[in-house]
Ligand binder design. Sequence first.
Ligand SMILES: Nc1ncnc2c1ncn2[C@@H]1O[C@H](COP(=O)(O)OP(=O)(O)O)[C@@H](O)[C@H]1O
Ligand SMILES: [Mg+2]
Length: 259
Amino acid sequence: MAQRIDVKDLDIYYGDFHAVADVSMTIDPRSVTAFIGPSGCGKSTFLRTLNRMHEVIPGARVEGTVAMEGVDLYGDDIDPVAVRRQVGMVFQRPNPFPTMSIQENVLAGVKLVNKRISKADAADLVEQSLVGANLWNEVKDRLDKPGAGLSGGQQQRLCIARAIAVKPDVLLMDEPCSALDPISTLAIEDLIAELKQSYTIVIVTHNMQQAARVSDRTAFFNIAGTGKPGRLIEMGDTGTMFSSPTEKATEDYISGRFG
Ligand SMILES: Nc1ncnc2c1ncn2[C@@H]1O[C@H](COP(=O)(O)OP(=O)(O)O)[C@@H](O)[C@H]1O
Ligand SMILES: [Mg+2]
């Protein structure tokens, strides 16, 4: 089930360094939200607070709330491991486990949760997840071959299959196409368009065309200078953000005048 996320007054720190300041935003279910902005403005940092991955770095912490369907993910009784299962993540470089086969890769996350899954259920889930990631037809005859033997674009779709196999509600993607060629990039963008019917999707991208193509809403982050925290400058419907943003900094960024 796709879920709505409400972020309120979020401040993010690495030790004494205030990396991101005062973010409030709503992320809609069954839609794609793009985060754009210059390098170092805190897009990845903010993204990682949405599944409690930020705090795994020693000294890293947040203040404020991230609520999913009204439940604060940072509440006292919330298990961060359960949050990471509910909110899956796909990274910049495809990172299949190199010694595992394609099917073992798909099941890698599931096996952490449910060690006793039956062979038949596992086979069904592998197929379902690979179909869901638009990869099934390309790999169905070599499921026992190493995941590392796939092309970069296929590996990234394998990582998406691994992420959706645990049946998350939300998918976070941090520049998922930046290591891919244009054809593989389009395959991932098509896939994102399909996945948004079932998931809440957030994608960080430095590619303006990609943000315009895949997202429903866009959030622009910026940084006032080195050592200053990143801030959310403006967020809105992607069409509006790219045609008539409110803030001059947004306009300058999307028209390529900086960053
Ligand atoms: N593990 C870390 N420890 C300390 N500072 C970090 C860490 N990761 C990122 N930062 C800092 O946080 C700021 C935001 O970085 P990041 O979220 O990676 O930006 P973006 O993804 O927008 O390029 C930068 O100043 C960066 O150097
Ligand atoms: Mg980043």
